[in-house]
Structures are given as C-alpha cells and as structure tokens.
Write a protein that binds this ligand. Sequence first.
Ligand code: SAH
Length: 233
Amino acid sequence: MQRIGIIKAMRAEAQPLIERLGLEPAPSPWPDRLAPGLWTGMCGPARIDLVWMGRDDRHGVDCIGTTAATLAAALLLSHRSPDIVISAGTAGGFIARGGAIGTVYLSRSPICFHDRRVPLPGFRESAMGESPCIDVSEMAEALGLEMGVVSTGDSLDAPRSDLDTMTRLGTHAKDMEAAAVAWMAAQFGVPMLAVKAITDLVDGPHATEAEFMEHLHTASDRLGEAVERIVAW
Ligand code: SAH
C-alpha cells in the first residue's frame, strides 16, 4: 500500500480536499497538547494522511509558518511513515513571472528560504535550505499543471531583501511552509513535492492581506481539485 502524506496550514485550505477525498478525522497518534490534527482515508490503493497544522489557541488563529510546518512534518513523517509528502497550500505569485490568481504550481527543485541571511561559511547554505523535491515534469505535462520555483519565508509581506532573493531564485510561488517541510522530508529521506495555488500577486497593485482574503476560498478550491488529480495520478 502506498502512503501519501499531505500537510496543510490553514483549515480553510484543507476543507475542500478533506471533502473531495472523503477523509475522516482520526485521533492524533501524538500527544494531545500538540496542535496538528490528522484526517485519513483511502484513495484507490493509497492511504492518504492529511495533517492540518492546527490552531494557535493563545491567539485564536490557524498555525501558519515554518515553526508549525516543521512540527507537522516531523509528526507526519515519524508517526505515519509516508512514501511521499506533499506541502499543499496557497502562495503569493508574481505578474513579472507569468503568475495569476488561481494558478496552481508544482514545485521545481530546490525549495529555498528567501528570508534567512547568515553570512558565515556553511551556515549561509544551511540557512538558504535548498532542499530537493521530486521531478514531476511528466505529471505536470499529463495533468496540464504548471511547474514553478517555490520559496518560503515567515512573513506575509515582502521587504526589499526578501524580494531581491526571490528575484535571484526566480520564485513563482512565495509561501510560508514548503521549505520547512522539504527540509524535514530530506532529513527522513522521503520524497517531497509542493503544490501551491496563487491567492495574491506580490508585484500587483493590491494590498496582499486584502487580496489574500478575497481569493482564499477560490484558490483553495483550485488547490483541492489539483491535489485530488495529483493523488489519483
Ligand atoms: N490573514 C490570514 C493569514 C494567512 S497567512 C489568516 O486568516 O490567518 C498566508 C498563508 O497562505 C500562509 O500559510 C502562506 O503559506 C500562504 N500565503 C498566501 N499568500 C502568501 C504571500 N503573499 N506570502 C506568503 N505566504 C502566503
């Protein structure tokens, strides 16, 4: 049996996929005080384990960003032994690189952090991440999905230093989780893929927060549809 692990940050991003795949909530195999929640189900011959990163109870919002993503990935990898891990979510896109609201990107290797600057030998490269993801060009072609560079940082905004790094990397999808999931998957030696649907345009005329909220549900539907086809493929 193949085991596919999927990590989602926001409940709103996860819900369409939970419904599409008919996943059921499962008791967490990890300690209760850890936030991530688990949904499981079969999709043909494959078992799907979807980990939602959980709620930040102190602030009443979803856990987003690399700290919670690392935890969710470690729990998924150590408790459910997936054959492949997918970081699925929304991201900011770039008009300059052909992005549009609703575009779904499959990640191209490597996946880097765009906000970690440590100018010391060895630490510089470690901070950048540069974790591998699998080559899915054949699947992208078969499913008519685009491939793009995904890079990760812990902020929704994009200061100049981050933008410069993203220009250098040629980022198509700017998110807050993929590089952390890719790093943890590499530690476990498990193949990894990121799938990101664009909610907002970083180099567009609208404020990111407003654009993100406006398109979150549409992009999450697109994402759910794409991940369902990816899992089937
Ligand atoms: N206001 C939102 C916060 C969402 S943060 C709330 O209701 O909680 C954005 C989430 O979507 C992150 O998980 C991130 O991976 C993704 N994302 C979408 N657009 C992004 C962008 N422009 N930059 C960084 N992350 C983005």
